[in-house]
Design a binder for this molecule. Structure first.
Ligand SMILES: [Zn+2]
Length: 416
């Protein structure tokens, strides 16, 4: 053996002592790419997965017999908003009408968001994003859509930009000026305003995606197409809130435009899902939203997989579905959606990265990818679906830096 072989390669950080490392790599036959050993990280990137005995680092994270996997990617959120709809939610779960003065619906949140101002918007969203990180999320999509006027839509997207600089989480910004029509608006004039705003958003680099809420009572097929095409012209890739409460026929449009993702899909037909699968469009499943609104037609996510689509998972945190935990989304995806644990974990990592056009950078533990990974203080991947409502995350690493540690991290045997 030459001296070179005896010397271990020095890197920034090593994670060792895992019961299992889930790479979630594309093409892994078990979906999870389960292996043993650890992960070596240098310069913010993964340099080795599995056997890391050839590496040395000053910073060694002991997984203590836990599970290591990619940081969660939350593919659909409305995390920047003002106010709360707790009164509306509490009334509706009890089958009552919200009390007078309560903030109700998208337009209620619109008023609270406009009134909040930039500092307050940023403060409120930052608190939620910190919680998301503590629950293992390292990449978050964040939509505008509660301003519904030029000033507040721009302020929301600018909040995404500022929070990306201030917080240790990757924020993927989406322009959703077409979330709803503001009360009293002339529809044609509002669509024109959204089209003009999409141009500005693209020119100023304030978003990567342009999204439209296509549904009965929201934006119709023709309006959706006009806005998505304007977004494409401005460099914004299309996403669609599709068929959540009515069948719109916009699946064909999304396939035609090669949308990056279609989200909700409650009333989308199997034939349309197959068409979307053919076009390489990812499907985003939001089981917490279906639960929070007690949706009459909750999506069966197995239909999305059967259609050959990449399945993504999201919290859909918004005033009507207030959860910061991708673990809760996984738990619901398994129990209420019928996904297997590997299917749900894969959707929460690589699947969601595909739905954000970032599968080349995040979503799996592979050499060269961004070193976003989490350590769970449980002995098996199944525990994530099984331990309902518990935060199983002990360590969060983003771009090779430890950004969150639950203290003290209990060993798996202590939590049994
Ligand atoms: Zn949404």
């Amino acid at each position: 053996m030459t001296p070179q072989h005896q010397q271990r390669q020095s890197v920034d950080l090593i994670v060792t002592g895992a019961a299992e490392v889930l790479t979630c790599a594309a093409g892994a036959p078990d979906l999870l790419g389960s292996t043993s050993g650890g992960v070596a990280v240098d310069g913010g990137r993964i340099v080795a997965v599995g056997d890391v005995s050839g590496y040395a680092a000053e910073l060694v994270v002991d997984a203590r017999g836990g599970v290591v996997l990619p940081g969660f990617v939350d593919a659909h959120t409305h995390v920047v908003f003002g106010g709360s709809r707790a009164q509306e939610y509490a009334a509706r779960v009890a089958g009552l009408e919200p009390p007078p003065g309560a903030v109700v619906g998208i337009t209620g949140t619109m008023a609270a968001t406009r009134a909040a101002g930039r500092d307050e918007l940023r403060k409120q969203a930052a608190g939620r994003l910190r919680e998301m990180v503590e629950h293992g999320t390292t990449t978050v999509e964040s939509k505008s859509g509660y301003g519904l006027d030029v000033e507040t839509e721009i302020a929301t997207l600018d909040t995404n930009r500022v929070l990306q600089q201030q917080l240790p989480v990757d924020i993927v910004s989406t322009f959703l000026g077409a979330h709803a029509f503001p009360p009293g608006a002339d529809q044609a004039a509002y669509v024109e305003q959204v089209v003009q705003l999409a141009k500005r958003v693209g020119a100023e680099g304030l978003a990567e995606f342009c999204d439209v809420y296509c549904d009965d009572g929201y934006f119709d097929l023709a309006q959706t197409e006009r806005i998505l095409r304007a977004g494409l012209d401005a460099g914004l890739a299309p996403k669609v809130h599709l068929d959540a409460y009515s069948h719109t026929g916009a699946a064909a449009l999304a396939a035609d435009l090669r949308a990056t993702s279609v989200d909700h899909l409650n009333l989308t037909t199997d034939a349309e899902l197959a068409q979307l699968g053919q076009a390489g469009v990812a499907g985003v499943y939001m089981p917490c939203l279906d639960y929070a609104v007690r949706h009459p037609h909750p999506l069966d996510p197995r239909r999305v997989l059967d259609a050959g689509m990449e399945l993504a998972l999201a919290t859909d945190i918004c005033p009507g579905c207030w959860t910061t935990s991708m673990q809760l989304a996984i738990q619901m995806a398994c129990r209420t959606g019928g996904l297997s644990v590997p299917q749900a974990l894969r959707a929460a990592t690589l699947g969601s990265a595909v739905a954000l056009g970032r599968a080349d950078r995040v979503g799996s533990l592979e050499v060269g990818k961004q070193a976003d990974l989490i350590v769970l203080d449980v002995g098996s991947p199944e525990d994530v679906a099984y331990r309902l409502g518990r935060n199983n995350v002990s360590t969060v690493i983003r771009r090779g830096r430890v950004i969150h540690e639950a203290n003290p991290a209990p060993r798996p045997e202590e939590t049994r």
